[in-house]
Write a protein of this length. Structure first.
Length: 218
C-alpha cells in the first residue's frame, strides 16, 4: 500500500507538470491541447413546444421522451482560441483513438508534437491505438502525441472542462432530441467560437497552487 507521502508527491508532480505547460509561451509547433468528453442524454419533446414570441420565451412541456445518449469529444487549444469537437454514439477506446487520429492528421498535420492534456480514464491509454489500428499506424500516431495527465480527482486542472461548461451554457445544456440535431448544434457552436478565437486566460500558477493547497500537503 502506498503511503500518504508518496500519493501526495505524485499529486504534486502531475499538477506541476500541467501548470508548467500552461505557463510556457505559445508555440504553434508544439501546441498544448486539452481533451475531455461530455456525455449527453438525448431528450425529445413529448408535446410540441409553444414557439417564442416577442416578450415571451419558448415554452416546453415538462414531460419528455428518452432517445438514448450520445458523447461529445472536445479538444481545446486554449492559447490559440481553437477547439475541435465531434459527436459520437459512444466513447470507447476506438472512438477515442479515431478522434486523436483526426487531431494528428487533419487538425495539426504540420506540428512537431501535440502535448495532450487528458484525464486518467481507462480508455485514454496508448493501448487504445494498438487495439484500433495496425501496429505501424498506432506507432505513427503516438509519435506525434505527448500525454500529460492531471492528478486524479483534479480534473479542474484540465482547461477543456471550462470549455465544456461554456458549451453547456451556450449550446448543449438544453433539451436536444437526436444525435443529428446535436451534431449540427455542436458544429455551429464550434465554428462560431473558432471564428472569434475565444481563448481562456489561465491564471492558476504553481505558486498559487502551493499557496492554496499547501495546508493539504503532508
Amino acid at each position: 500500500m502506498w503511503c500518504i507521502q508518496t500519493i501526495d508527491a505524485i499529486f504534486r508532480t502531475c499538477m506541476y507538470d500541467v501548470l508548467y505547460l500552461y505557463e510556457e509561451p505559445y508555440d504553434p509547433k508544439r501546441p498544448i491541447v486539452n481533451f475531455d468528453e461530455k456525455p449527453k442524454q438525448l431528450l425529445g419533446d413529448k408535446r410540441v413546444p409553444i414557439p417564442m414570441k416577442p416578450g415571451s420565451p419558448e415554452k416546453c412541456d415538462y414531460e419528455y421522451v428518452r432517445n438514448g445518449t450520445a458523447n461529445i469529444f472536445v479538444a481545446l487549444e486554449f492559447k490559440a482560441g481553437k477547439r475541435v469537437t465531434q459527436v459520437t454514439e459512444r466513447r470507447t477506446m476506438k472512438d477515442f483513438a479515431q478522434f486523436v487520429k483526426i487531431l494528428v492528421d487533419e487538425e495539426y498535420p504540420d506540428v512537431e508534437i501535440i502535448r495532450l492534456v487528458i484525464d486518467n480514464l481507462n480508455t485514454h491509454k496508448e493501448k487504445a491505438f494498438y487495439e484500433t489500428f495496425s501496429k505501424e499506424e498506432a506507432e505513427r500516431i503516438l509519435s506525434k502525441i505527448e500525454f500529460h495527465y492531471p492528478p486524479k480527482h483534479a480534473s479542474w486542472l484540465n482547461a477543456a472542462e471550462i470549455e465544456i461548461n461554456v458549451m453547456d451554457v451556450e449550446c448543449t445544456g438544453r433539451r436536444i432530441g437526436d444525435k443529428e440535431t446535436l451534431t449540427q448544434e455542436v458544429a455551429a457552436w464550434t465554428k462560431r467560437r473558432n471564428e472569434h478565437e475565444k481563448k481562456i486566460d489561465w491564471k492558476f500558477t504553481r505558486e498559487k497552487a502551493d499557496k492554496k493547497l499547501s495546508k493539504y500537503y503532508v
